[in-house]
Design a protein around this ligand. Sequence first.
Ligand code: FES
Ligand code: FES
Length: 162
Amino acid sequence: MAGAVPLTLTVNGVETARMVAPRTTLADFLRTDLELTATHVGCEMGACGACLVLLDGVPVHSCLVFAVQAQGQRVETVEGLVASGALAPLQQAFHERNALQCGFCTPGMLVNAHALITKGTVPDREEIRDAISGNYCRCTGYEAIVDAIEAAARKLNGEGAE
Ligand code: FES
Ligand code: FES
């Protein structure tokens, strides 16, 4: 690959080294080089939220980050969060409340919701709406998604949480 540069980072707990073109986005790197296709790409301009991943624990739009900018950092995708069980309360709540239809927005929604509910508090519905205001969903009308995130937050952080 002409002009490729070395990249080393940790993806879903696995130290990963590849040669990448400097202008490869993190989204394309994850989807094409690592075949982690749960991270979706919609707008490619930071507007839809489908491509959110955690970079050192913080949600970022992987369509706006070059892969080389993640050098030495820790990336977590939906695949990794599912495998570790970290998304289980959200997955269950989304399932029980029918909070997805086509599912295109769901990976980004889950990554963002996970970051919100692991702050250790139960956000109110306004805070949930605010947190997911950058996640476009064409199908659900958002109400069921807010219900699901609220339920998962209560399960994780509310009274009687395990
Ligand atoms: S694809 Fe990244 S925000 Fe839409
Ligand atoms: S479930 Fe289809 S875009 Fe959200």
